[in-house]
Design a binder for this molecule. Structure first.
Ligand SMILES: [Zn+2]
Ligand SMILES: [Zn+2]
Length: 182
């Protein structure tokens, strides 16, 4: 009985194969046409080709723009890089994020000065803060302070403008800059 089953299964398989061969032959019965599909395949790319050139041009343009990536701006007049921790590798430059409100007030101060403002210190990691003799509770460590000056403008005048925009200040008259925080 078992053997019969096996034989039967074998016959089934054989007939399936035969059937598929027949179908295959049926297809192949028509004149061999391997060429047409190949020709079609060859035609398709060439048909699309005219549409492709514009795309590469765009890519080239965007690639040409890539070498000069636009700096991340902290505000219209300041690049975020200007606030980066300037230690010699103790941190990745951003031990804390700069407070957006502080950045907005410094921008406002810059506009009030109507002249470039230079950031000499933004955020500081623990090591950098200790290095420059900053106090332990320094707002610089939390991204809530910056030291800056406006070339050509007296410290007192800059300090007054900073106060006007709502910044808490600490003027360093002898060093020629002010510390601002919020
Ligand atoms: Zn650092
Ligand atoms: Zn400071």
């Amino acid at each position: 009985m078992k053997r019969f089953k096996i034989i039967f299964t074998g016959l089934l398989a054989a007939s399936c194969v035969a059937a598929s061969v027949i179908f295959a032959c049926g297809d192949a019965g028509a004149p061999p046409q391997p060429a047409p599909p190949a020709a079609e395949a060859a035609q398709e790319p060439s048909a699309e080709a005219p549409q492709e050139p514009p795309a590469p041009e765009e890519t080239t343009e965007s690639m040409a723009a890539a070498p000069a990536p636009e700096p991340v701006m902290a505000s219209p007049h300041f690049a975020m890089e200007e606030y980066r921790c300037d230690c010699a590798g103790h941190c990745d430059g951003w031990p804390a994020a700069m407070d957006p409100e502080l950045l907005a007030m410094i921008e406002e101060l810059r506009c009030a000065c109507e002249s470039p403002v230079i950031i000499t210190s933004g955020v500081r990691c623990e090591a950098r803060n200790a290095e420059v003799g900053g106090v332990a509770w320094s707002f610089h460590k939390r991204g809530h302070a910056a030291d800056l000056y406006c070339p050509g403008m007296p410290v007192g005048q800059l300090a007054a403008l900073a106060q006007d925009v709502g910044l808490n200040i600490l003027p360093y008259y002898s060093s020629g800059y002010i510390h601002v925080e919020n």
